[in-house]
Design a protein around this ligand. Structure first.
Ligand SMILES: [Zn+2]
Ligand SMILES: [Zn+2]
Length: 185
C-alpha cells in the first residue's frame, strides 16, 4: 500500500517538477475523493479543484482527469479542497485539508510522511450537490458563435448579447490583456 502511495506521489512529482506538500496533499485529496464517489474512472468523474497551485497538478495526475478534457475544473477559491462528482450516479463529495502539522511542512521525508496520516486527522469530507450547466460538461461544444466585434469564435455559451449580435466577454467587458498601441510595441 505504501509503495503504491509512494509511486503515485512519484508520478505527481515528475509531472509537477518538484516534491512538495501540495503533491502529497493532492494525492490524499484525490484518493479520498475517488473512494467516496466510488469510481476511479476519469471518464466517469469530474474533479473541481479549488486552487491553481500544487494540488491542482497532483489531483489531475492521480484521478486521470484533465482540464483540457473538462473532467478537471479550476474553481479558483484559493482553498486546499476539491470536489469529486461521479457523473453516472450524480454523487458528489467535497474533500478539504483539515490541517498539516506546521513542523512537517518542509523536506522530502516530511512530505512523504503525510501520505500516512490517517484520513480523519488530515481531511474532512461532506456530501454536496454540484451545480454544473449542460454546457460545462465534457463532450463537444454545444454552441459556437462568432463575436460581432473581433470575429473570433466563442464556445459553450461564454458569449454575451450585444446590440449587433453576440460578443465575446473580452470585447464586452475587457479582459486580462490589452493590445499595445504602435508606440508601446
Ligand atoms: Zn509544488
Ligand atoms: Zn470579441
Amino acid at each position: 500500500m505504501d509503495a503504491t502511495l509512494d509511486e503515485l506521489l512519484d508520478r505527481c512529482v515528475s509531472y509537477h517538477g518538484h516534491l512538495c506538500m501540495g503533491q502529497t496533499l493532492g494525492v490524499r485529496l484525490a484518493l479520498k475523493g475517488m473512494e467516496l464517489i466510488g469510481t476511479s474512472n476519469p471518464r466517469q468523474m469530474i474533479a473541481l479543484i479549488e486552487n491553481d497551485r500544487c494540488i491542482a497538478d497532483a489531483i489531475q495526475i492521480v484521478t486521470g482527469t484533465r482540464i483540457g478534457r473538462r473532467s478537471a475544473k479550476l474553481v479558483d477559491l484559493g482553498k486546499m479542497a476539491a470536489t469529486f462528482l461521479n457523473c453516472e450516479t450524480g454523487v458528489s463529495w467535497r474533500v478539504n485539508i483539515r490541517q498539516v502539522d506546521p513542523a512537517a511542512k518542509h523536506g522530502e521525508a516530511a512530505c512523504r510522511s503525510v501520505l500516512c496520516v490517517p484520513d480523519a486527522e488530515l481531511l474532512s469530507w461532506r456530501r454536496v450537490r454540484v451545480q454544473l450547466k449542460p454546457e460545462e460538461m465534457p463532450g463537444r461544444p454545444k454552441k459556437t458563435v462568432e463575436c460581432a466585434c473581433c470575429g473570433e469564435k466563442v464556445f459553450d455559451n461564454k458569449d454575451v448579447a450585444g446590440a449587433d449580435g453576440p460578443l465575446c466577454r473580452a470585447c464586452a467587458d475587457g479582459t486580462y490583456c490589452v493590445e499595445l498601441t504602435k508606440e508601446e510595441e
